[in-house]
Design a protein around this ligand. Structure first.
Ligand SMILES: [Zn+2]
Length: 196
């Protein structure tokens, strides 16, 4: 977990957890601790310290849970991917473009006649914003879709449970790990959240 300190978060103060070499009565561990606690002491944040071993074990367990429930999960993923694909944004954009053209023509006429065209100009602005918002939503949906497809591909190719912590895999699948007093919450890039 060396290269990804930034995906482990403190539930108490929101800061990131950091990897630290720990020396306890001559025994060496690697642990993860809240940065606020490390820097400002337990009065600033009293989040617990977690052994790297335990952290990695928990993540492996969560991923294996997904693998064992993969048929159910794949159904849900499929539904979500389809929902994204059947969005009717392109039709909406076409409508907006059409209206925009009309309003702009109207605006030109009114302006040439030296009449007040404030309302029409406002409408153009409104349409522009609407279109921009749809384009943004569309980009976000595409993004979400590709993350879902990635998880689906992983589940398709992974029939056996994993045995060891795999840094590369975790980086690919996991967005955040939040450390609570009594549990961990693993948030996947697909939006899925699992507590352990
Ligand atoms: Zn903290």
């Amino acid at each position: 977990m060396r290269a990804i300190p930034s995906i482990v978060y403190c539930s108490k103060c929101g800061d990131i957890y950091r990897r630290i070499a720990w020396n306890n009565r001559g025994k060496k561990y690697t642990v993860w601790r809240c940065c606020t606690r490390v820097t400002h002491g337990p009065d600033a944040c009293h989040a617990r310290t977690i052994k790297e071993e335990d952290l990695q074990e928990a993540v492996v367990e969560v991923i294996n849970q997904l693998i064992s429930e993969s048929s159910e999960l794949k159904e849900i993923i499929k539904e979500n991917i389809e929902k994204v694909i059947t969005g009717d944004e392109s039709g909406q954009i076409e409508e907006i473009d059409k209206e925009m053209l009309k309003v702009q023509e109207e605006l030109l006429k009114v302006a040439n006649a030296k009449k007040d065209y404030t309302e029409l100009a406002d409408r153009v602005e409104e349409l522009r914003n609407e279109k921009e918002k749809i384009l943004l939503d569309l980009a976000e949906e595409k993004n979400e879709q590709s993350r879902l497809i990635e998880l689906e591909e992983f589940l398709d190719n992974q029939e056996l449970e994993i045995e060891n912590y795999d840094e590369e895999l975790v980086r690919k699948l996991v967005d955040k790990i939040v450390v609570y007093e009594e549990k961990l919450k693993v948030i996947f890039k697909s939006g899925l959240e699992v507590e352990i």
